[in-house]
Design a protein around this ligand. Structure first.
Ligand SMILES: [Zn+2]
Ligand SMILES: [Zn+2]
Length: 399
């Protein structure tokens, strides 16, 4: 055989990958496609295993020195597009796998992914390789059956059992990294950014998910929008409950100041001010005014001097009757219970509407916003129902 006909296994693989990339699989049925994807993933695992093993040889020989690099980590970053953290993890994994032969074999056979093997390596870093070796056979078996999240959970359970002090030190280190930034942009949007330790994150997630509930029919908000609404609702409910500590001898609350003309939507009337800073559109003031006390300034020669408490709180007896009648938000398909709702004045009291059962209905915050700021109309439907009409649309009878 001529020397030119000889090719190395790596060249064969490179050529095979080129052929694979050229294949048109769009006609394949889904089941066959699923099988192919699994096979490709297994081959990727095996190549990752081979890469890690050869990297270990390169590491021992200090092969990166020849090309003028200061470290193997730097060489991986520059030549193989690894991040610093990923490079460090991979080098350490190559070293650890020499002492974890069952894990290395499962990696080479494609039964464990690089992420799974990385979790075994992380455990070995935390406990010491000798402590992991007795459990290695079980780890390999579980690793080939569990997804990454489940396997991470399992390895961390082992960590907590075998090294409770180390687990506490980890939790404390995560706790030290917590922070939360809340800043307003010049356009008015508030930006939140931060990180929480595991306990804090789980607390916040549990509270937000409880408020979010399951998506209902017709709820086309994205996951992020639903979560943002839930966070605002969480804060609102805390403030409404009045259980937060006082500041300047007052329970913390939103302070909304407006003119009578703003509530009546008179042309040229000033915007309302929330907490003396944020300017609020007329329709938002009307929503707040539906079911809360506002501070209304009378326009006159000295408006500030005439500032007075005003607004409309639905009397408890009317509220109870309303809750009995409506049972919760009246918007179609909404399941929010009475305690999550505002009493909406169909004809606003600022326009002469009465705070009576016939002129009130319960709406959750999201749907209350919809009928104020988002331009939906509520009107009486036949019988005891309500009709909700989107801006420019046909009526949609509610329950
Ligand atoms: Zn309202
Ligand atoms: Zn609702």
């Amino acid at each position: 055989m001529a020397a030119s006909a000889w090719s190395s296994p790596l060249e064969d693989v490179t050529q095979a990958i080129a052929s694979l990339i050229g294949e048109d699989t769009r006609h394949l049925p889904s089941l066959a496609q699923a099988e192919r994807l699994k096979e490709i993933r297994q081959d990727i695992n095996r190549l990752e295993a081979r890469f890690t093993a050869e990297l270990r040889v390169f590491d021992k020989q200090q092969g990166w020195v020849v090309s003028g690099h200061q470290s193997l980590q730097g060489w991986l970053r520059r030549t193989c597009q690894f991040s610093s953290g990923a490079a460090t993890d991979r080098i350490r994994l190559g070293r650890q796998l020499e002492e974890l032969p069952q894990t290395a074999a499962a990696f080479q056979e494609g039964r464990l992914s690089a992420q799974h093997v990385g979790l075994v390596g992380r455990l070995a870093s935390q406990l010491g390789t000798e402590a992991v070796q007795p459990a290695e056979a079980d780890l390999v078996r579980w690793g080939s059956e569990l997804d990454t999240r489940e396997f991470r959970h399992l390895t961390q359970r082992l960590r907590h059992c075998l090294d409770p002090e180390g687990a506490l030190a980890d939790a404390n280190a995560l706790h030290e990294k917590r922070h939360l930034g809340l800043a307003q942009s010049w356009q008015g949007l508030f930006f939140l950014e931060g990180q929480l330790d595991e306990e804090g994150g789980e607390l916040v997630r549990t509270a937000l998910e409880a408020i979010e509930g399951a998506p209902l029919a017709g709820d086309n908000r994205s996951k992020g929008e639903r979560r943002a609404d839930a966070l605002v609702e969480l804060a609102r409910r805390q403030l409404d409950a009045g259980s937060l500590p006082e500041r300047a001898a007052q329970k913390p609350h939103l302070h909304l100041v407006c003119e009578c003309g703003t509530l009546r939507q008179e042309p040229g009337s000033a915007p309302a001010e929330l907490n003396g800073e944020v300017l609020v559109p007329q329709e938002t003031v009307r929503r707040y005014g539906c079911d809360a006390l506002l501070t209304v300034e009378r326009k006159g020669e000295s408006p500030l001097a005439e500032a007075t408490g005003a607004g409309r709180v639905v009397p408890p007896s009317v509220r109870r009757a309303l809750q009995r009648r409506d049972g919760g938000c009246r918007f179609p398909d909404c399941d929010r219970p009475p305690e999550w709702t505002d009493a909406h004045h169909v004809v606003h009291w600022a326009d002469g509407g009465e705070t009576k059962l016939e002129n009130l209905l319960l709406l959750c915050r999201r749907h209350h916003r919809r009928v104020h700021e988002e331009g939906w109309r509520v009107s009486r439907a036949e019988g005891s129902g309500w009709r909700f009409t989107p801006p420019g649309g046909e009526g949609w009878p509610g329950p």
